[in-house]
Design a protein around this ligand. Structure first.
Ligand code: NI
Length: 177
């Protein structure tokens, strides 16, 4: 296993769309190793999610997990989830605004509006159908990661522009997690 290098804002790959993963590709040793590396890289950098495009691979896969995360100490735990070819269904009309950050945009946070709940469909790494109802922070993380697969970063969605802050200052002046 190895850690993958993370593309930062300004790298054109973050603005490209990922391609769907064929079953043949999914079952290859190379792709399975890539998924393991993606998970290891997320954990190494204390991310709660990581999309393939962030590590220079234009394939429709993202991973997320929240567990004893020092960057998000007050968030509910989310079990490790790996999604291939994700699709969202039943997006709630209700939107919620909360702070987000991104491993591709280090040091910044801002408030982003997201659908408060949705159903995530796709495939597991074993090629089985996956269907999960997500709400709250898990729904937020999934929408953030899915955006990466479409060349979108969270800054594109910020409506509350004055909420944009350096993480350090945010911690000092804002008490939300
Ligand atoms: Ni991100």
């Amino acid at each position: 296993m190895s850690f993958l290098s993370i593309a930062h804002l300004g790298n054109p790959i973050l603005r490209q769309k990922a391609k769907s993963v064929s079953r043949e590709e999914l079952f290859s040793i190379e792709f399975q190793n890539f998924i393991s590396d993606l998970i290891e890289t997320m954990l190494e950098y204390d991310g709660v999610g990581l999309a393939a495009t962030q590590v220079h691979v234009l394939k429709q896969v993202f991973v997320f997990e929240v567990k004893n995360n020092p960057r998000y100490p007050n968030r509910d735990a989310i079990p490790l989830t790996i999604v291939i070819n994700p699709v969202f269904k039943k997006l709630s009309k209700k939107m919620e605004e909360d702070f987000e950050s991104c491993l591709s945009i280090p040091g910044l946070v801002a408030k982003v509006p997201r659908h408060s709940s949705l159903t995530l469909e796709g495939l597991t790494r074993e090629g089985k159908p996956l269907e999960m109802k997500l709400s709250g922070f898990a729904a937020r993380v999934a929408q953030h990661e899915n955006d990466h697969l479409h060349g979108i970063v969270y800054l594109d969605r910020v409506l509350d522009k004055p909420s944009l802050a350096f993480e350090r200052e945010h911690r000092k002046f804002c008490h939300s997690p």
